[in-house]
Design a protein around this ligand. Structure first.
Ligand SMILES: CC(C)(COP(=O)(O)OP(=O)(O)OC[C@H]1O[C@@H](n2cnc3c(N)ncnc32)[C@H](O)[C@@H]1OP(=O)(O)O)[C@@H](O)C(=O)NCCC(=O)NCCS
Length: 150
């Protein structure tokens, strides 16, 4: 458990946290993962799931993979009632630091072109758009592939 100056804390998630993680994801986005998506991540040895808490209640999470020398960010959300308090910034900083320690050379993610808050978050962490994937999502929306050197 890491206590953050914002009053939040951060710890590795466990499968006992899935209900709370799913609830945050549903509250935060119109395109949430299924419960099965999260369950699967807990089975992958290379998948990391961190949860962000306030007073021990889960209010955010981040799912990422460290494979070979690459950090792949798969999912990240903060409950709307707790947004704009630096929660996502803390989750990003922690994952980037872990990736650096693991010897990663690159970080990569995909984001909906309409998702301005997330794009701003990633740009603030030095991610740049490398590719546009047309019609990438089920609703036909395009994805930006964003990446950065570590
Ligand atoms: C994107 C998201 C995780 C940001 O969480 P957050 O805890 O509010 O973010 P932070 O408070 O740590 O903000 C960090 C930076 O991100 C950017 N940012 C975050 N929300 C923003 C918004 N609504 N508009 C513009 N920039 C925003 C800013 O650069 C911000 O830094 P600043 O506050 O110093 O300006 C949150 O909006 C969310 O859960 N969205 C729905 C889920 C989602 O889209 N996930 C990404 C999938 S790819």
């Amino acid at each position: 458990m890491i206590e953050l100056v914002t009053g939040f804390s951060l710890r590795p998630g466990t499968s006992a946290d899935i209900d709370a993680i799913v609830a945050v994801d549903h509250a935060a986005t119109s395109y949430p993962w299924t419960r099965e998506n999260f369950e699967r991540e807990f089975h992958y040895q290379w998948s990391k799931i961190n949860v962000l808490c306030r007073a021990e209640k889960i209010i955010g999470f981040m799912v990422y993979w460290i494979i070979a020398d690459e950090l792949q960010i798969l999912n990240l959300a903060v409950h709307p009632q707790s947004q704009r308090h630096g929660g996502a910034k803390s989750l990003m900083a922690y994952a980037l630091n872990e990736a650096q320690k693991a010897g990663c050379k690159q970080a990569i993610l995909e984001v909906r072109v309409s998702n301005q808050p997330a794009i701003a978050l990633y740009q603030a962490h030095r991610f740049k758009t490398s590719t546009l994937r047309k019609n990438y999502y089920q609703n036909g929306e395009d994805a930006l592939v964003m990446s950065r050197e570590m």
